[in-house]
Design a protein around this ligand. Structure first.
Ligand code: CTP
Length: 411
């Protein structure tokens, strides 16, 4: 099979150096990459670097190799165009259809999915001109990744950082995987999606907690794939040790009560809430302010527990936004399907993703196997495979239901 053809557009921001790492990840994982830098970006990273790392010439102008008609051919033959970093100027040109160099020409001729990874100072990102350009590009089906928050050039910090190249790479992979999917690639565009991930920890004293073995990988895979499908993503992460997915707004929590608060807040305007976190059903009734000490000649006191609120059931019952879709997860060791169906009814959600768990199954692994049960009677078997694939199947179930609810609301 031919290698997927990726055009890496680089515009003139200091984060251009991070695009070298993105390029390396793309070529090493079997993509044919053509780098199209803007003239300004060559002040940051030179042509020789792009040519050497991609194995292809890197030109900025439409006037080079004119016989090959590069200003149309590069865009026409691409499977994906990713622009990283995308400056405010580049976004403005793309939104308005300007074509004054090879990259902007390529953007006009590309009919494949386009991903923009903006990077700029916070003021430029927040300016209404930039925000309107981003909204225009998203409306047309482009994936514009929200910049990360952190250190910017100089002394400034704020929103505007280019996300981790590894995470931009994951978005590219997810978008490429979606090529050929029925319907629009960015089928979650304009949607706010809230995902909980990881496992809560319920403290006993300042050094001990009751926890569980959830790694958060399935929830993070859902966040990545939702970004790649155009959604605005809030990821409520409980005790995870994973890199922030590019473009997701990550809210960190520790306990079930903190998770409940963060999820309910984000759910207020959400189109979809996915409860992938392993939320502790119980917490210690008493929290000891000081470390609990062992006492010679005395057995320890039993630990009294109290119930935590059921966040999934609460979100399902409340439906803060009209037509909101709620997705739950169930981890079962026995009678997987019967228990799953009973849980779907009990929790009141629209979809329940049922995993069979055990010592070596699911926890911390990169792969997963599940059956997705729907309250409208549907049942989808998802064979053992990467958590990203399961995540996409979940969105495949969510997206048409969202669309049909919108139709119902209009009627
Ligand atoms: N969940 C929740 N709040 C809780 C417990 C669970 O929101 N206090 C959510 C999880 O995020 C998951 C779903 O409920 O989406 C299923 O959790 P699970 O532990 O499998 O089910 P339980 O309701 O705890 O039932 P049981 O312990 O009987 O398996």
């Amino acid at each position: 099979m031919d290698k997927p053809k990726v055009v890496l557009g680089v515009s003139g921001g200091i984060a251009a150096y991070k695009a070298c790492e993105l390029l390396r990840r793309l070529t090493e994982s079997g993509h044919e990459v053509r780098v199209v830098p803007t003239a300004a970006s060559l002040n940051f990273v030179g042509e020789a670097t792009w040519a050497a790392l991609s194995g292809n010439p890197a030109s900025t102008e439409v006037w080079e190799s004119v016989d090959e008609v590069p200003h149309v051919r590069i865009g026409q033959s691409a499977d994906l165009v990713v622009v990283a970093p995308a400056t405010a100027d580049l976004l403005a040109k793309a939104a308005h259809g300007l074509a004054d160099d090879l990259l902007t020409n390529t953007l006009l001729t590309a009919r494949c999915p386009v991903v923009f990874a903006p990077a700029m100072h916070t003021e430029m990102w927040e300016h209404p001109a930039t925000q309107e350009n981003v909204a225009t590009l998203r409306r047309r089906g482009a994936v514009v990744i929200e910049p990360a928050v952190g250190r910017l050039t100089g002394k400034d910090t704020g929103k505007g950082r280019l996300p981790d190249p590894e995470e931009i790479f994951e978005v590219c992979r997810a978008v490429l995987r979606g090529n050929g999917r029925d319907g629009a690639a960015a089928d979650l565009a304009g949607r706010h999606v809230v995902i909980s991930a990881g496992g809560t920890r319920e403290p006993l004293d300042p050094v001990r907690f009751l926890g569980n073995r959830s790694s958060g990988k399935q929830g993070y895979a859902l966040a990545r794939t939702a970004v790649a499908r155009g959604a605005r993503v809030t990821l409520v992460a409980a005790n995870t040790a994973l890199a922030d997915p590019a473009g997701a707004d990550v809210v960190r929590v520790g306990t079930a009560l903190q998770l409940r608060e963060a999820v309910l807040k984000a759910a207020a305007d959400a189109d979809v809430v996915v409860m992938a976190a392993a939320v502790a059903d119980f917490r210690p009734a008493v929290y000891a302010d000081g470390k609990i000490k062992k006492q010679e000649g005395r057995e320890p006191d039993p630990v009294a527990l109290v119930r935590n609120p059921d966040v999934l059931a609460e979100v399902s019952a409340e439906r803060a936004a009209e037509g909101q879709i709620v997705v739950g997860f169930a981890a079962e060791t026995d009678d997987v399907l019967d228990n799953g169906r009973a849980k779907l009814r009990r929790k009141g959600c629209d979809l329940l993703v049922v995993n069979e768990v055990g010592e070596s199954k699911t926890f911390g692994s990169e792969e997963n196997e599940a059956v997705i049960l729907a309250s409208d009677g549907g049942e989808v078997q998802v064979p053992y495979g990467p958590k990203e694939v399961l995540a996409d199947v979940i969105w495949d179930q969510v997206a048409p239901r969202l669309a049909s609810r919108r139709e119902l609301r209009r009627a």
